[in-house]
Design a protein around this ligand. Structure first.
Ligand SMILES: O=C(CO)COP(=O)(O)O
Length: 305
């Protein structure tokens, strides 16, 4: 609570940012299924609607898990799952299994790598290039994940270079940001996230191919999920940052997804938050049926009138 209060106190300018959903006094006037977007966000989305997608987005980051056998079972479970068509779904297997997954997974789900080399391939022992990922049909890459920042030691500059090169080759990007527990407790959540955002933004010219994943490090793999309010607060701040530092159109159109101990039980409440446009899921993405539940949590975001 104390940490949440600290974060809240950094946001005096926030009241005007909240997006309104339909209320009893102001029902939507036309019959349809709507996402809870305010008029300004809807209008801005329309501007970029030709190319961008405001669809809910759920990614499964399998990290360094799996074997040929377990991945074959997971793929089979995903192939037989019913997935809401209003969701973009992507899974990120370990490099070595990407081709197995590409060859056996339904085209309904796209495939991502969990890392990529900083530039064109060549004499870089142990690395995998963007060209090689595209060669085997892998369309996405996750960059800036906290495990690569804090365990492997990648810094903003290195991650930014990777992002620039990956995007230049037409890989799509899941760009991860997020604060450590001590940073949150010191009231630095926004400073940390905005600094990481700046490093990405300096490398990005085409935002259509970018999804931002806010993953508070203290929530990753700990079972300690951020509360819907904690997550919403940071997502709204990141959207505000995009509005100020990139453009209102990009702020409106860019998906900001949440990661950190998302599971089948907590996804629906998180999905209801105005600025949560999907999830990046670790542990629970290794279980096909539970991952499908998370994908289908988009229904709690829809309002039928
Ligand atoms: O790091 C994550 C996704 O990239 C989240 O992992 P968990 O869902 O296991 O906490």
């Amino acid at each position: 609570m104390a940490a949440a209060a600290t974060v809240a106190s950094q946001l005096p300018h926030f009241a005007g940012l909240r997006r309104a959903g339909p209320t009893k006094s102001e029902p939507f006037s036309h019959a349809a299924v709507h996402f809870r977007l305010d008029q300004s966000r809807r209008a801005s989305r329309a501007v970029v609607a030709m190319a961008g997608s405001g669809k809910f987005f759920v990614g499964g980051n399998w990290k360094c898990n799996g074997s040929k056998e377990s991945i074959s079972k997971l793929v089979s479970d995903l192939n037989s799952a019913t997935l809401d068509s209003d969701v973009d779904v992507v899974v990120a297997p370990p490099f070595i299994y990407i081709e197995q997954v590409k060859n056996s997974l339904t085209d309904r789900i796209e495939v991502s790598a969990q890392n990529v080399w900083i530039g064109k391939g060549g004499a870089y022992t142990g690395e995998i290039s963007a060209e090689q990922l595209l060669d085997i049909g892998c369309k996405w890459v996750i960059l800036g994940h906290s495990e690569r920042r804090h365990i492997i030691g990648e810094d903003d500059q290195f991650i930014g270079k990777k992002a620039a090169y990956a995007l230049s080759q037409n890989l799509k990007l899941i760009a991860c940001i997020g604060e450590l527990l001590e940073e949150r407790e010191a009231g630095k959540t926004f400073d940390v996230c905005f600094k990481q955002m700046k490093a990405f933004a300096d490398s990005i010219t085409n935002w259509q191919d970018v999804v931002i994943a806010y993953e508070p490090v203290w929530a990753i793999g700990t079972g300690k999920v951020a509360s819907p309010q904690q997550a919403q607060e940071v997502h709204a701040a990141v959207r505000d940052w995009l509005k100020t530092n990139v453009s209102p159109e990009v702020a409106s159109a860019t998906r900001i997804i949440y990661g950190g101990s998302v599971n089948g039980g907590n996804c629906a409440e998180l999905a209801k938050q105005e600025d949560i446009d999907g999830f990046l899921v670790g542990g629970a993405s290794l279980k096909g049926p539970e991952f499908a539940t998370i994908v289908n949590s988009v229904t709690s975001k829809k309002v039928t009138v």
